[in-house]
Ligand binder design. Sequence first.
Ligand code: UDX
Length: 442
Amino acid sequence: MKVTVIGSGYVGLVTGTCLAEYGNDVVCLDLDPEKIALLQNGGVPIYEPGLEEMIKRNVEAGRLRFTTDVAESVAHGTIQFIAVGTPPDEDGSADLKYVTAAARNIGKYMSDYKVIVDKSTVPVGTADKVQQALLSELTLRDKHISFSVVSNPEFLKEGAAVEDFMRPDRIVIGVADETAKDLMATLYAPFVRNHDRILYMDVRSAELTKYAANAMLATRISFMNELANLAEVMGADIEEVRKGIGSDPRIGFHFLYPGVGYGGSCFPKDVQALQRTAQENGIELRVLDAVERANSAQKTVLVNKILRRMGEDLTGVHFAIWGLAFKPNTDDMREAPSRVIIQELLKRGATVTAYDPVAMHEAERVMSGWKGLTFSQNPKAALEGANALIIVTEWKAFRSPDFGEMKSLLKQALVFDGRNLYDPKRMQKEGFEYFPIGREQG
Ligand code: UDX
């Protein structure tokens, strides 16, 4: 099938590449000439496990191309995915200017039937706006070419996006007519062993599903973070509580890990956008207000522990930080709790040496010029002469360190762990003062 993907960012690139992998003829469009030049020369602008090899394979097979040419890309695909960014406006609502611009471009150049698929995370009602944008262009040309607008939200997790796309737990398709439904069914057939995994619904329900899923997950995390704070002062252990409630199948084990607050490009933005949509429609989502407040407080929980142990003035205190990305297996620094933690420490006179297995380059970019912050090329070197280690992201490589060596490199045997990587009793035995989240300190 001929497919065009508009927007070669995170979602667009993964979508286009994975569709090419199953034999579709895919053109990826982006208006950024530098990005397209990089892709055309075999580079990949983001880090995502498995993506680079898959792009290479499909480009070599002639099934995947990159272009900045709008007319060519519109002419190519019967199915046109819109996967452009929807950055938050100042009021938290999603800015749809790139989505409607993409729709207008399709309207400007299309000459036969197209299915336009909203893949970007867009508020309920966006499909109607896409429809209007297209129609207004088509009317100008006085043409009566038919088209369908479909909502097909993505549920990709960064760090596992290729895997999630290739083996989805569900595919949500909001569609209003049979022609488009049949085309989408054919496109996704290779990705699902049985069609039960494709959920067809009306367009607005599909649009809301995306926000509902992310808001529900964010709610679980904030709830666990608040419970962790309570467990800690009550002398309970949140890790035991987590297991105790997760074994109830109605609750389940996923997304119950307390930590330093959720970050990334989706949860913070989507929770705010959903609140905004609700407000605009006269509905109050009280739960989500609390979810957001709890999350922003959680980002400073580790700092508060540090201040209680080391005093308010951190002048002359040096910290090692392990983990900068908002979660493992990504170089994404958007809304990363590490940014807040480091900023708070520097503000109080401390110095920081940070290490991350993948996100260092991105971290240097977003934190460039921060006085008192340096980066280390390996985790051990970061520990040298530090008064304490702070763990912010749960990369696998941090799970089984040589504790003896860690102790000898640190000036003080202090570990503040925002991801509960170690057993408090073991840490005590190893001679550390250990500060986890939601459990008694070791
Ligand atoms: C999320 C959704 O999972 C995905 O379905 C959607 O398409 C995009 O948003 P992503 O942002 O890549 O994906 O990361 P995710 O793995 O969901 O983690 C989000 C944040 O929650 C991270 O900061 C992570 O550290 C935090 N988290 C996650 C917790 O603190 N505890 C948990 O138990 C799970």
